[in-house]
Design a protein. Sequence first.
Lengths: 376, 420
Amino acid sequence: MRWSPTEEQDELRRVVRRFLEEKSPATEVRRLMETPEGYEPGVWKQLSQELGLPGVHIPESYGGQGLGFVELGIVLEEMGRALLCAPYFASLALAANAILNAGSEDERRALLPGIAAGETLATLAIAEPNGRWDAGGVALEARRDGSGWRLHGEKSFVVDGVTADLIVVAARVPGSTGRDGLGLYHLRGDASGLARRPLVALDPTRKLARLTFTGARAESLGEVGAAAPALEKTLDQAAALLANEMVGGAQKLLEMTVEYAKTRVQFGRPIGSFQAIKHKCADMLMALELARSSAYYAVACADEAHDELPAVASLAKAQGSDAYLEIAAESIQIHGGLGFTWEQDVHLYFKRAKASEVLLGDPTYHRELLAQRLEI
Amino acid sequence: MGDRMDAESVRREVRAWLETNWNPDQSLVEWRNKLADSGWGCPTWPVEWLGRGLSVSLADVVAEEFERAGAVGTPGGGGMTLAAPTILEHGSDDLKRRLLRPIVTGEDTWCQLFSEPGSGSDLAGLTTRAELSPDGDEYIVNGQKLWSTSAHHARYGMLLARTNWDVPKHRGITYFALEMHQPGVVAKPLKQMNGHASFNEVFLNDARVPVANAIGEVGNGWTVALATLAHERRSFDALRAAARSTRGQGRAYDEQRAEVAEIMAPYTWYPQRAGRADLIVERAKATGRSRDPVVRQEIAKLLSLARATEWTARRAKAARVLGRPPGPEGSLGKLYASDIARACSRVHTLISGSDSLLSGADGPLDGIIAEILVSVPAVSIAGGTDEIQRNIVSERVLGLPKDPQTDAERAFRDVPRNKR
């Protein structure tokens, strides 16, 4: 296992950071978060065609760059830092991984090249109004109809669900329960029998949708009835990747806050010279570096298909969530009254931190998973 | 000259030397005098001062050969790890001639006389005074020192004392090699809250130290002290290595085992001080507490903290090996250790429940759990408090401004200090 990035990985980070500093400044984030689609098609086209980012970890045989989860983690970390408004996490961390994990060779060849090229926006619909992120929480039914399937039920908290061209759906055969009878299915976003409603999200920089299926036709992805392992692996990978995205946002917040503490003067001195403030900053750094270590270790485990991935993914998700939220809350505190204003950017990160804490399962849920996975 | 040798020629040479000279049926002092004469005991020291002038990586080769041959090395403890490197760096040739060899042979042990009741975190605010005697040959020392390991049997103390009160605090300190066995020096064990007495208080009443025993210039003691402190972090690792002593038969082995036992005696509670995370899961299962969802949450938090700390250390090490500039991850280990120890203490209590009320033979794990609970508070104080550590991290890593200082630029005599 590598504990330090390669020169190529450092270079990838530099390129993505430079691109996003130019294309996703706070003014753009604020503009896009108010739009219904929540992303800028021109920027998406550039990051697809010029940088090939949607294909970063997709194998070359499916039109991608063939790099790994570590590289995908670097891209997501930088996107988290810039609070990029784009359907990248949904397309790559969720949908592409589900297809890679569950799909047959033919299905991968059919579905992945469009995603890798950035031409197909995809997402994965897992949770339902019950808010569960595990296989057992899936209630939506897939009923056989001739050679295909029809979906009945409701999905919620679907990331970028309204703009997605391709939707991968977790569903079960009627009458099954728990991890049995699960399947993954895919259909076009504009399929008939599918109604999509944008949800009002606490974090306006990441769009969420509710999807209502009333007999929408769908095709199966992989083996029907045995998708639980592929779905769980996808969730683990997504948790590891989200942990990396969170590190990017937390790092940016710490930088903004330390800078503010150096320049804001009260009682005749910079507030950063007061121990009450500087010790808070040291604590933020401690939380950040732990979150970084576990996030990086988790994507390295994903690359090596390491046995530890399930445990480490849950560890990284829980620790990253706690760290990001603590850092966001303390950043507001150190910014004082200004930190509570709409004009200051800290609240944008705070909302992303709060949303990321809950997305894919909150820290308490993941710590229980960790305990189970460590056989405690 | 040693630096130019390659690893294989060093290996051949030390191996041949050990074959001729090492056998366990000699006294420890006799053997270690051979180490001093040959330079193989302290291969990184200069050739003229009992060493061979080898690089650290070549010294590793020497250590491997000693281990292969089962040969006893130089002693553990503060003499080798703290005093000797300080003397080599700052001491006069006279001091090197007199003091180094008995450190290498283990005949002289050393203790540190740095901290005082009135100066803990602010070490440079020490008030032990050393005044020149009327004849000008020696200094007369008065004051009190604290947290001195081994002071009750050490031959010498590394003493910091104030020789000038009319200059700012960092500039009036002198570093001495103080003879401990004299009427003006009284060491008393200091009992800690966990019942152990690993350290001593040392009372200095008209203790005498020759002018020639100043290590470094008079008034330059702070710089010399920083050299000692820089070695301190490594010293406990060296101690632990020494404690993994050989199990062989023979006089030299027997004497070394006795020496290690004496040096290590104060540290039996150190694993408990760190919290004993290794016991958590096994205890939770054995007590059935692992089925409680609250306990499971706390265990998961603790293990996450411990594992991520380990990964952070691996990242820091990897960056070092690659010669990259050190990132922030390298400065946080001590603070993480405090957090881990405190979390362990909390979770052990949660697991043991009412049994946490009991200690000694009545306590869980024959008193080990109780010893954890009453030893953990030391971690965040010893070797620099967490608060000082956070100042260092926020100033040096994050670049935040220093606290305004009120004592650095005026004569120490005018600086407010603790009442005696």
